[in-house]
Design a protein around this ligand. Sequence first.
Ligand SMILES: Nc1nc2c(c(=O)[nH]1)N[C@H]1C(S)=C(S)[C@@H](COP(=O)(O)OP(=O)(O)OC[C@H]3O[C@@H](n4cnc5c(N)ncnc54)[C@H](O)[C@@H]3O)O[C@H]1N2
Ligand code: MOO
Length: 401
Amino acid sequence: MSLMPVSEALRKLLHSAAGEPPRPCETVELAAALGRVLADPVIASADVPPWDNSAMDGYALHTRDLPRAIDSGLPISQRITAGMAPEPLQPGTCARIFTGAPLPAGADCVEMQENIREEDGTARFAQALRPGQNVRPRGQDLTAGSVVLGAGHVLRPQDLGLIASVGMARVKVCRPLRVAVLSTGNELVEPDQPLGPGQIYNSNRFTIRAALQRLGQDVIDAGILPDDAQQTRECLEQLASDVDVIITSGGVSVGEADYLGQVLRDEGQVDLWKLAIKPGKPFTLGQIADKPVLGLPGNPAASLVTFVLLVKPYLLSRMGVKRTTPLALPIAADFTWDKPGGRDEYARVRVGEGRLQLCGSQSSGMLSTASQADGLALIPAGSIVEAGQLLDFYPFEGLFD
Ligand SMILES: Nc1nc2c(c(=O)[nH]1)N[C@H]1C(S)=C(S)[C@@H](COP(=O)(O)OP(=O)(O)OC[C@H]3O[C@@H](n4cnc5c(N)ncnc54)[C@H](O)[C@@H]3O)O[C@H]1N2
Ligand code: MOO
């Protein structure tokens, strides 16, 4: 059976997300809006800055008075600090002015104080200035009525500052999704419990929960589900009545105990399965009782990679975010890759001396190499890599934000 290219899987995921009802929204204080998704565009109600102001500590004057300013100097007729409302500048004079202070009417430029000699209330200028020099004009940053940020924008620290700069204290944002996280497998035990024969600790639960928290979603931890068809069916149906999205790990491959996939096929529907991605081939998109189920493969690295590359764009799209694909940076490989694979491989890599270095084993059962890595590098299906070749690098910072 041929594997579905990742691009096609992503298209289907985003199409499926677009078919869901839009998120309800809520109004939050700006200080609590970090990472939230704007529900409405933010429009500037006034110009920023609201008036022309000085970019330097110095002296404001009109360029027409420059010949005299250089020749014999100009009397200083006022002193303007930030926060003051200045008087209009008397012709033939200059004003002492400080960074951020409003430019007085009648002045059109500012000279920095390092270039001025001040003596007995007179400022002597040394050089010519252009109109507008060292002046930050009204509306330089934003003009009244312009779109400050569009709907679907994920708010970062600089965005909160920008919104505050137009005087807004609250924003309308999308309500987070209720997302259930379900771990499947008889072998799983929670940390702090003794390990019995054949058992391992449930690590995916923590990776996935934390990744969802980073995205600001409401996480419902549904615990561990044993490998049992009846319990899988009941658990999925119960979760479907309670949450917006179900994310599972494990049980989606072809094994006899891979009940997650089986129950979806028998009781719900499977829209995506078997992708040309490594790690992560058995990633599944399905539905149960009309609720989406995103089935991550159990192998920890496969779970991580499919979360950041497939689940995250789906969730962002559900939240109304427009740009859902992660930012890729072209960086030269410091390794060779001789055997072309049949799937797009997302290799765990470090950046050392500006080049991508493989982080040891790329086994999908290993998580330590993911923790050593700075991000993922794409080695496209059917490709070899020569040292120095540019690869798309996806830093974890961008993948998890
Ligand atoms: N005959 C085939 N076997 C497998 C194929 C295949 O195409 N044919 N695909 C392999 C690939 S690729 C992957 S990836 C895995 C995924 O299988 P499942 O999603 O069904 O996952 P499990 O079998 O339940 O578990 C796989 C592996 O991961 C460990 N695991 C599971 N859950 C957790 C957890 N919460 N925390 C830590 N580790 C977990 C589990 O113990 C297994 O070792 O299938 C291949 N097989
Ligand atoms: O996704 Mo599996 O981990 O490709 O080997």
